[in-house]
Design a protein around this ligand. Structure first.
Ligand code: HEM
Length: 172
């Protein structure tokens, strides 16, 4: 599930990233794809948290007692708020026009940064979950932690430190 979440949200972030600097129908198509990837990722994380919550209810064990469960809850909160920011930032929804012109870039930047923070908090939840005594599988867990860490760092690096618009104009 974690890997699915990272895969879907990561793919979604890279799709939005490739829309930077584009205009018109192509940008709108890529951002619509981005929104769909992200909603699918959010659905996965919500199902997983619901399943774990139900299983704890059945076993009568207490909820939210460790760092993994708190970061998981923070992931759910961010993965709910960030798409709302995305809907505000997306010209196609018409909501961006509700903000004064000067504030519109701020709404977009806030969504972009919230998106990267969401994936980083989700990654922390995955890393902590893999180390939990009930999930730990020795070397397999360690390798999964390393791979998840590298994938998340690459996505965050791409979103925060690379500029496809500048690369495109250099190539022309
Ligand atoms: C958990 C859900 C989401 C995450 C983690 C997320 C993350 C991101 C990130 C990291 C970027 C910046 C990519 C880059 O330029 O490098 C971005 C851009 C964008 N996202 Fe999302 N997003 C989410 C949901 C949504 C949804 C549901 C929508 C639309 C309904 C949306 C609309 C947009 C738009 C319009 C941009 C471009 C903003 C701009 O012009 O700079 N996002 N998103």
């Amino acid at each position: 599930m974690s890997v699915g979440f990272l895969g879907l949200v990561g793919q979604g972030i890279l799709t939005a990233h490739s829309a930077r600097g584009l205009q018109g129908a192509e940008r709108s198509r890529l951002l619509t794809q981005h929104a769909l990837w992200q909603v699918a990722g959010l659905a996965l994380v919500a199902i997983a948290i619901w399943a774990v919550y139900q299983s704890k209810e059945i076993r009568g064990t207490p909820h939210f007692t460790n760092l993994h469960s708190w970061t998981g809850l923070a992931t759910l909160a961010l993965a709910t708020l960030t798409p709302i920011g995305g809907a505000l930032a997306f010209g196609k929804t018409g909501l961006l026009q509700l903000f004064p012109k000067g504030l519109q870039p701020v709404v977009k930047t806030a969504h972009r940064n919230a998106g990267v923070v969401t994936i980083l908090v989700a990654t922390a939840a995955m890393e902590l979950g893999l180390a939990m005594p009930t999930a730990y599988q020795g070397a397999l867990s360690r390798w999964m932690q390393v791979i998840i860490g590298i994938v998340a760092a690459l996505i965050a690096y791409r979103a925060w430190c690379s500029d496809p618009e500048a690369q495109r104009s250099k190539a022309q």
